[in-house]
Structure formats: structure tokens, C-alpha cells
Write a protein that binds this ligand. Structure first.
Ligand code: ADP
Length: 267
């Protein structure tokens, strides 16, 4: 039995390397039934962290990747036609509220404003959800938790979250890890050699410091993991850095040429 359990755990627990004291903060927020906002650029481990925490707390996780068309109906539910009948279908938010799951609204600021309105009463002491189409209010299951992520709008092209919304959450900042931690993430996520992982991380650090390029987003850990995977699968290292690190960052030919030269020099 023990063997089966060990195998199950090895297969299921997502790998997550803590950057700060986020595990501790999450556990306390969960016990106090406080919603959490994860702030930070794309690819810094926010989604992986939520998966890890759901697993650690042994809770189901419902993830919604918000985009500009995401509405409260998508979250709460809708009537659907089934044969000759019209039946109500709970959305992922309602299901999580009823069953006590963790609901993760990834990139919440991208969603339509009615989504923010819908979650308001769940983010304060009331912890209840109003379903206007059914005319009912439901109390959240004691285990329900709301987690949202948000990419702060310090650069062009990102939507902001209103202070009145932000102040309903306990917030944790996600940044790029230290070089040592990032090397560890790459060697854990892929079987890349430590020496190659170090070079990828050095490239990332260099590009992250080139603020004068005015990139909307800079090199994320996700891009480095992708480059490492391509290298492990046998793609020449330079080509791997070009396609996994440089090309996703910019479409401007002068910038991509300069960054490719930099990668060629460093790997
Ligand atoms: P985000 O949700 O912030 O956009 P993700 O959680 O999807 O980012 O992270 C992208 C990838 O980067 C993950 O799939 C994982 O491979 C890697 N990663 C980033 N940070 C970490 C971390 N702290 N521990 C483990 N893997 C990480």
C-alpha cells in the first residue's frame, strides 16, 4: 500500500521551488479564509504555485484563464437547452463555491468588469455568491478559496486592477528568481546539464537588465524552461536560445538580431 501511495505522490505533486515565504502566507490566508492575489509578470511561477498549494492542501483546483470576453456568466453559470427542457448549468465559480474547491482566476484584470462585481461578495466577510439569473444567494463552502493573478500594469498594454478590488485580497509579489534558484528550477524541470542551465540563466539576467530595449515583457523562467527542453531534446544550443528566448520577446528585427548575437556569445 505504502508503495502505491509513494508512487501516487511522486506522480501528482507538482514541482515548485519557493522564492519567498509564499507557502507560509498562502497557508495562513487559507486558514483565515482570505482571498489571495498573485502579482507579477508572466512565467514567474504563479500558476505552478497555485497547483502546488492545491495539492499540498489536498483541495480541488478550478482554473479559469481570463481574457477580454470572460464574463460573469462564464463563471457563475447559464441556462442551456437540453432536449425540450431548459436546465441550469453551474459555472466553475459556482461549483467551487459549493464544493469547497480553490478557484484560480488567472489574469483577472483581463476579464470583463462584471466578473469583478460577481466576486466582490466572495472576497469579504460575507463569502457568498449572488446568482442573479436564479435569484438566489449561496454561502461559500468553508473550504472555498479564491485566488487571482494579475500582471501589474507598469508597462504598456496591460490592464489595471482598481484599488477597491486590489484591497480585497492579500497580495504576494512574484519576481524573477535569483540565479541560483533559477538554475535549480531549470535542472528540476528538465534534465539539462547544470553548466548549460547556468548559461541560460546568465543570458536571462543580461537581457532582463537591458531595460533600454523597452520590451513589453522580458525573459521569463518559462522561456528558459522551454529553451532547456529544446537543448535536452538535441536542438543546437544557439538555435534553441533564438527560438525559445529571443523570438517570443520581440518582432523588431534590430532587437532580435542584437539579442541573438548576445545569446551566441554567451552559450
Ligand atoms: P505564470 O503563471 O506566472 O505565468 P507559470 O506558473 O505558468 O507562470 O510558470 C511557467 C513555468 O516556469 C512553469 O511551468 C515552470 O516550469 C517554471 N517555473 C517558474 N517558476 C517556478 C518555480 N518557482 N518553481 C518551479 N517551476 C517554476
Amino acid at each position: 500500500m505504502q508503495v502505491t501511495k509513494d508512487i501516487k505522490e511522486t506522480v501528482c505533486i507538482p514541482y515548485y521551488k519557493p522564492i519567498y515565504r509564499e507557502i507560509e502566507v498562502f497557508e495562513h490566508a487559507y486558514s483565515q479564509k482570505l482571498p489571495i492575489l498573485l502579482k507579477g509578470p508572466t512565467g514567474t511561477g504563479k500558476s505552478r504555485f497555485v497547483e502546488f498549494m492545491a495539492n499540498k492542501l489536498d483541495k480541488n483546483l478550478n482554473t479559469i484563464s481570463c481574457h477580454e470576453e470572460t464574463s460573469s456568466t462564464d463563471l457563475i453559470g447559464r441556462y442551456i437547452i437540453k432536449g425540450a427542457e431548459t436546465v441550469w448549468l453551474d459555472g466553475p465559480l459556482t461549483l467551487a463555491v459549493k464544493t469547497g474547491a480553490i478557484l484560480y482566476l488567472d489574469e483577472v484584470a483581463e476579464a470583463r468588469p462584471d466578473v469583478i462585481v460577481a466576486i466582490h461578495s466572495l472576497t469579504d466577510h460575507r463569502r457568498e455568491l449572488f446568482i442573479d439569473k436564479l435569484g438566489i444567494t449561496i454561502k461559500a463552502h468553508p473550504d472555498f478559496m479564491l485566488v487571482a493573478s494579475f500582471n501589474p500594469g507598469y508597462q504598456k498594454g496591460f490592464k489595471e486592477l482598481k484599488p477597491s478590488t486590489r484591497q480585497r485580497f492579500v497580495a504576494i509579489s512574484f519576481e524573477y528568481p535569483t540565479e541560483k534558484t533559477e538554475v535549480e528550477i531549470l535542472t528540476n524541470e528538465t534534465s539539462i546539464l547544470t553548466a548549460d542551465a547556468k548559461k541560460l540563466v546568465q543570458i536571462a539576467t543580461k537581457i532582463r537588465n537591458l531595460t533600454e530595449l523597452g520590451l513589453t515583457e522580458t525573459v521569463s523562467t518559462r522561456l528558459l524552461v522551454d529553451a532547456a527542453k529544446l537543448i535536452v531534446s538535441g536542438l543546437p544550443k544557439r538555435l534553441a536560445t533564438h527560438v525559445a528566448i529571443v523570438e517570443p520577446l520581440s518582432d523588431e528585427i534590430e532587437i532580435t538580431t542584437a539579442l541573438k548575437d548576445l545569446c551566441d556569445l554567451m552559450i
